[in-house]
Write a protein that binds this ligand. Structure first.
Ligand code: 4NP
Length: 146
């Protein structure tokens, strides 16, 4: 079973929504996967996802209300096959933590066109809706083809 960890900074806005979308798409396609998320910072450790991530995801049928934020830990390199980062800062942060070549190979930008998922933390609901669509566009790639 494929194991994917989505990565952002605070683990309350982008990566919980990304993980919720991947989980939903994998279930819809009957492809069992383990999906979770983590942040490169621990500011929000233990908190639920941002209220707008929860609201917008739910409006599209993705329930992330059970999510609780956690910081990235080195053992996640062993526990996951793919570490999908929302922007280049997260790629850089994980590269600095990588212990061996195998760790480095697991680190990818989520968007396959190599664009970033913008930080929506100080933005409004419409930005979270755009984020939802940009995450959904590549979800099937990661579930079926990666
Ligand atoms: P996330 O968004 O990395 O998508 O969870 C942010 C959440 C919190 C902060 C920044 C970005 N913050 O500065 O607390």
């Amino acid at each position: 079973m494929k194991k994917i960890l989505c990565i952002c900074l605070g683990n309350i806005c982008r990566s919980p929504m990304a993980a919720g979308i991947l989980k939903k798409v994998s279930e819809d396609f009957g492809i069992p996967m383990q999906v979770d998320s983590a942040g490169t910072a621990a500011y929000h450790n233990g908190e639920p996802a941002h209220r707008l991530s929860i609201k917008v995801a739910l409006e599209f049928g993705v329930d992330i209300s059970a999510h609780r934020a956690q910081p990235f830990k080195l053992e996640f390199f062993d526990q996951y096959d793919l570490l999908l980062c929302m922007d280049f800062d997260h790629v850089q942060s994980l590269r600095e933590k990588a212990r061996i070549e195998e760790d480095l190979k697991k680190i990818h930008l989520y968007r396959i066109d190599q664009t970033i998922i913008d930080d929506p933390y100080y933005k409004g609901e419409s930005d979270y809706i755009v984020m939802y669509h940009r995450l959904m566009e590549d979800a099937l790639y990661w579930v079926k083809f990666s």
